[in-house]
Design a binder for this molecule. Structure first.
Ligand SMILES: [Zn+2]
Length: 132
C-alpha cells in the first residue's frame, strides 16, 4: 500500500545540522507551520519552503519526566521539556537546559540553541533568557 502523502522533513533535519531550527513556510500564502506537514492548513497548497527561526520565544508549558525508556535518557531523569511559542508564531517542543526549572513561568522568555540529545541526535534546547 502506498502512502497518499509523504511528509518531507528533510529541511528540518538539514537545519539542525546547520545549527538552525527550520520550519515550513507555505510558498503560496506564507503561513508558517510546525511540525512538518504535506500541505498548508490555511490554503491547502503543497508548495513549501524552509525558513530558519531566530531562536526567541516564550514558554507555553512544560513537563518533567521522572522515568524514560529511551536509551541515554533514563540516566538523565528528571529533565524538563518545554513547549515554546516562538516569536514567528509556531509552537516548538524542546528540552530546557537548566537543572532547576523553578524559575519557569508561563510566558517566560527563552532563547534556543541546537545541541545533541543523549542519543547524539541534534535537537532544540531552550534556556531562560532572564536567568544569568
Ligand atoms: Zn498556504
Amino acid at each position: 500500500m502506498q502512502a497518499i502523502f509523504s511528509i518531507d522533513a528533510q529541511g528540518y533535519w538539514d537545519g539542525l545540522q546547520a545549527g538552525q531550527l527550520r520550519v515550513q513556510r507555505c510558498a503560496a500564502c506564507g503561513r508558517l507551520r510546525h511540525y512538518p506537514r504535506p500541505l498548508c492548513p490555511a490554503c491547502h497548497s503543497f508548495e513549501v519552503e524552509w525558513v530558519a527561526l531566530a531562536g526567541h520565544g516564550t514558554v507555553h508549558s512544560w513537563t518533567r519526566p521522572h522515568q524514560s525508556a529511551l536509551p541515554g535518557f533514563a540516566e538523565q531523569v528528571p529533565f524538563t521539556l518545554v513547549t515554546v511559542d516562538m516569536a514567528e508564531g509556531v509552537r516548538v517542543l524542546g528540552r530546557l537546559d537548566d537543572a532547576d526549572p523553578s524559575a519557569l513561568r508561563p510566558g517566560a522568555a527563552v532563547t534556543m540553541t541546537i545541541a545533541p540529545a543523549p542519543s547524539g541526535q541534534l535537537q532544540p534546547v531552550f534556556r531562560l533568557t532572564d536567568r544569568r
